[in-house]
Structure formats: structure tokens, C-alpha cells
Design a protein around this ligand. Sequence first.
Ligand code: COA
Length: 311
Amino acid sequence: MRKVGIVAVGSYVPAEKLTNSDLEKMVDTTDEWITSRTGIKERRIAPAGVHASDLAVKAAADCLARTPDRPQLLIAATSSAEKACPYQASIIAQSLNLTNLAAFDLNAACSGLIYALAVGRSLMQTEGYDHALITAGEKLSRFVDYKDRASCILFGDAGAALMLSAEEQPEHELLTVELGADPTGADLVVMGGPEDEFYFRQDGKSVFRFAVEKMGSLIDLLKTRVGCDDDRYFIIPHQANSRILEAVARNKEIPPERFISNISKYGNTSSASIGLALKEAWDENRFTKGDYLFLIGFGGGLSWAAAAVRW
Ligand code: COA
């Protein structure tokens, strides 16, 4: 089987910040409540006229600037594309003059980026693509009811992109992936539907419990699969709530510094969040050769997806 590695990561966030003190003026909430219940201090919001695909294009351009590799396959993870057609991957390819490639969108809510990594890796191994660009562009703010204090505090807009390349000896090899979904929880996270189902709503407590349990079991699974029996690993989780990470750390007796988190600055950016956190940690040189990275997504569906990378 061909080996596949992550050769570059790019990201993009809009300039405009929505802080907790801004939200205090919009709904009945406080900085103290939001910070202690979610870990979020501010998020970035794309202005009217800037769409999810624009965020994905900017992140993809950032990624392409970091590698000479050009994709024969493009998978755009998104749950907030502005149009059904042209779909997001075709807009990205058109904007960046990427031709002679296969391109499609993939929606697995907040697990989308890791699902796309898994599909991309598989197609590279079975169909011979040498390079695959995986993007996540999300403008969740368009589904947020800014009168609903329970949900408007959570989300931000962002884009992320990763280049996968087939290599003899990858520097950052994608070792294993695990995908899953539990359709009995399909109605626990809802957005983007007709009229009364348009704005985001969730059963926050049920999703919270699911996320803590699933992330814990996925960490165990990845550790076993890759044979990691020491503490040379980092978890790059979907950034939904810092209390989820604290609970997993407590349950599994994992030192909190093993979790990469930037939720305080960006909130929940759905499928973009793991890419955004990976990019930031990579730029900060947080990882050393031989470390394992466990990328773990979860969310609507209910879906989950995990990938192990050896640095
Ligand atoms: N400011 C102040 N009070 C708020 C508030 C806000 N922004 N939002 C809710 N509250 C209130 C509620 O009205 C409720 O008041 P009550 O007890 O008088 O009824 C109280 O705070 C507790 O609300 P609850 O919804 O039970 O809070 P919670 O501790 O479950 O936290 C979430 C809510 C959404 C932060 C949390 O459930 C969560 O993060 N869940 C997981 C979400 C997730 O991972 N989603 C992924 C899908 S993409």
C-alpha cells in the first residue's frame, strides 16, 4: 500500500472579531459564563458577501504557497456551502486555476475534514492520485440565530486546507483512520433546513456526553493501532468546548498539555477547526520527530472520525 503524508497545511480566518463583550450587548449573557462554560473568548465572523467557499479558497491558497505539489484530487469538506452548485470544490478549483483534477464536496458536519482525509488517502492508494488537496471552508455564522444565547456564543468562521502526497518515506505519515456515525443521534444537531429548522440548534448536553465518551475511546483505539505506549502524542481535537477536553483529560488521565486547543480565539469552526489548530501548532513547532498526532473530529450526524499521523 502506498504511504501518504501531510506535506503542507494552510488556513484563513476573517479579520472581524466577535468578542464575548460584543455578545454581552446582543443577548443576555456574560463573558464569565461563556468563558467558564466553553473556553471561548472571541470568534471571527465573515462579512456579508464573503462565503464559505471564499474562506476555503484563501486557506487552499495558503496551503499551495507552502508546497510545490499540485493536486489531482480535491475534496472540499463543508456543511455551510453557499450554493448547491457550483459546489465548493469546483469554486476552489476555478478560483485557484487548478485543472485536470477530480473535485467534489463532502459533508460530515464537524467530522468532515477527517472524513475527507480518509477518503483522500484511500483514493490515493487505490486510484493512483499522487497529491490530494483537502479543504474545509465553513461560514457557520450564516446558520446562527444571534438572538439565541445558547448557540450564538459558540461559532466562528474559518477555512483550513491540507495537502496529502504519496511518498516513499513521508515526513508526516497518515498512518491510520477510523470513521463512524450513530444515526440514532441524527436529530441532536440540526441546521440549514427549511424555515423552523434553519438556525442551528442542538441538544448540548447529549452531544457533550457523546463527545467526551467517543474522544476517549478513539484515543485508546489510535494508541493501540499505532503502538504508542508512552506519552509522545498530541491530540488535535475538534474545537467545540474546552470542557470536553478537560473531561477527556480527567477520565483518561492525560496531561492537559497533550491537547492542542485554540478555541478561545476562534470558537467552534466546524470542519475547519482541526486544520486551524494543526496549522497553528505546526507553525509554533510544537511537535518533534517521532511524535504521534491524533486528529479527532466529532459532531452532527452524530459522526466521528479520527486519524493518526507520525511526525
Ligand atoms: N449565557 C448565560 N446563560 C446561558 C447561556 C449564555 N450564553 N446559554 C445558556 N445559558 C443558561 C441556560 O439557559 C440554562 O439556564 P437554566 O439552568 O436557568 O435553564 C443554563 O445556562 C445551563 O444551560 P445548558 O444548555 O444546560 O448549559 P451547558 O452547561 O450544557 O452548556 C453548551 C451548553 C452548548 C456550551 C454545552 O452543552 C456544549 O458545549 N455541548 C457540546 C456542544 C458540541 O460539542 N457541539 C458539537 C456540535 S457541532
